[in-house]
Design a protein around this ligand. Structure first.
Ligand code: ATP
Ligand code: PLP
Ligand code: MG
Ligand code: NA
Ligand code: MG
Length: 296
């Protein structure tokens, strides 16, 4: 498959380390996409305790969009969004979706509704209802983690059945593709994917079992969403294959990361690990499928 496109990627930037656009732009470029990043904020490093940097506000985002439009440069095949820190910025992103769709009605909007993880919100709580009521309805593909899927649907997800039900609930609200990037059941990670090919039809659903590596990484969710965008566009009717490719790439990145930290004399369980993205480019360009989808 050779299908590529031009992606507008609105995400955060870290000077050092790989989260947000730093973990999305390079992989998408490796997969052949033109990627135009807008940095929604820039900060020194991904860790939270001491963060210094700048935040772009909604008005500044809109200025960039107006500039591109004035120069006839607003044709995009894909919009990708990740971490967004305020309601006003998220409202402006919604205006960007409308504007891009007015230029390309076939625009695919891939939304990672970054709100939190492991039972905790890390965005202002007012964002939850904006995602739920205004963003989910306009998204083409949604990639929540377990906690985010719970926030968006309002019910607990503790089983595969719950995960599949959450996907159906989200399809009814808008997106035809939903990937819950992981739910943790008895110490094992499960990715649950769901593709509703026609409105009102029951979706094709599948899972991928992912053994949990005993380490904590940052940027994996952002990388996962970028890879899902890249591969699902190349296999538009085969989300299960796109997910196999994305998971296989990501797991290669993570095992290299652990190995390299060990080689350097670190215990990978003691701190959060920066993914070895640049060192993994062959695994991103041409992943060997080691993780298989199982259709329900
Ligand atoms: P993050 O936790 O980085 O914010 P996220 O919460 O948005 O990401 P997750 O579902 O937690 O999304 O992680 C995305 C993907 O990263 C998972 O599908 C899985 O493939 C991989 N992953 C993350 N952590 C691990 C781990 N410890 N072991 C194995 N795979 C992992
Ligand atoms: N964006 C920023 C600015 C962050 O600080 C973090 C936190 O680690 C993330 C994104 C999270 O990225 P991911 O969900 O890929 O780990
Ligand atoms: Mg997570
Ligand atoms: Na996710
Ligand atoms: Mg995430």
């Amino acid at each position: 498959p050779t299908e590529t496109g031009r992606v507008l990627s609105i995400q955060s930037h870290t000077v050092q380390g790989y989260v947000g656009n730093k973990s999305a732009v390079f992989p998408l470029q490796l997969l052949g996409y033109d990627v135009d990043p807008i940095m929604s904020q820039q900060q020194d490093f991904a860790g939270y305790p001491t963060f210094k940097g700048q935040v772009l506000n909604g008005k500044q985002l809109w200025e960039l969009i107006e500039g591109l439009e004035a120069n006839n440069l607003l044709y995009y095949t894909h919009l990708l969004t990740g971490y967004i820190g305020s309601v006003s910025f998220l409202d402006t992103v919604l205006e960007v979706v409308n504007k891009l769709r007015s230029i390309n009605p076939a625009l695919t909007y891939v939304c990672d509704p970054v709100m939190g993880d492991e039972g905790k919100l890390y965005v202002p709580p007012e964002l939850v209802s904006v995602y739920r009521e205004k963003v989910v309805p306009v998204a083409s593909m949604l990639t929540p983690n377990q906690f985010e899927a719970e926030q968006l649907t309002g019910f607990r997800i503790v089983s595969e059945q719950d995960g599949r039900e959450a996907c159906r609930h989200l399809h009814a609200a808008g997106p035809s593709k939903v990937v819950i990037t992981s739910i943790c059941i008895d110490g094992t990670l499960l990715l649950i994917g769901s593709h509703q090919k026609e409105k009102g039809q029951s979706p094709v659903q599948f899972k991928i079992v992912i053994p949990k590596i005993p380490a904590y990484f940052t940027g994996t969710g952002d990388l996962m969403t970028a890879l899902l965008l890249g591969w699902s566009n190349k296999y538009p009717d085969n989300l299960e294959k796109a997910a196999e490719l994305a998971v296989s790439s990501l797991q290669s990145v993570l095992s290299r990361t652990v190995k390299d930290y060990e080689k350097a004399g670190y215990d990978p369980q003691t701190s959060s690990l920066e993914i070895r993205l640049i060192q993994s480019q062959d695994d991103i360009r041409d992943p060997e499928i080691k993780y298989n989808s199982h259709l329900y």
